[in-house]
Design a protein around this ligand. Structure first.
Ligand SMILES: [Fe+2]
Length: 134
């Protein structure tokens, strides 16, 4: 069953798509059923460089950074995008990144709790639940 906000990848051409409205059909690319991308979570190998973490700036603004240890942002290995999805599912934002940029996103939404996701070109999708301080 396909659900809103799920990510799917074509194992032939590498297309990645995100579901913005769920239907009953299968998602097909290059004549093959697409594979759902599952976000990896805490305690897994390489997690320290991929799990999204929330940080607060000097002016009180919030950021989500990728990894408690900085993730590489080289041509060969980098975070392709970061997404934030609010707990109520009403707010979703995505920031595309390029080699040389910092793997972070500023939280512009007033919501408190989010699922944060990061997609590494080598290590795939990672996610965590993050929360602003009360
Ligand atoms: Fe990585």
């Amino acid at each position: 069953m396909i659900k809103e906000n799920e990510l799917y990848k074509c194992k032939i051409c590498g297309n990645i798509i995100e579901v913005v409205g769920a239907g009953n059909g299968e998602l097909v690319c290059c004549s093959e059923v697409m594979t759902k991308i599952e976000g990896r979570k805490e305690e897994e190998e390489y997690g320290e460089k991929h799990i999204p973490v929330i940080k607060r700036g000097l002016s009180g603004e919030y950021y989500v950074e990728i990894g408690s240890m900085e993730h590489p942002m080289t041509e060969e290995h980098y975070i392709e995008f970061i997404e934030l999805i609010s707990e109520d599912g009403k707010y979703l934002t995505r920031k595309y990144l390029h080699p040389g940029e910092k793997a972070e996103i500023k939280i512009e939404c007033k919501c408190t709790r989010f699922t944060a996701r990061a997609y590494c070109n080598i290590h795939g999708l990672w996610e965590s639940n993050v929360q602003k301080e009360e």
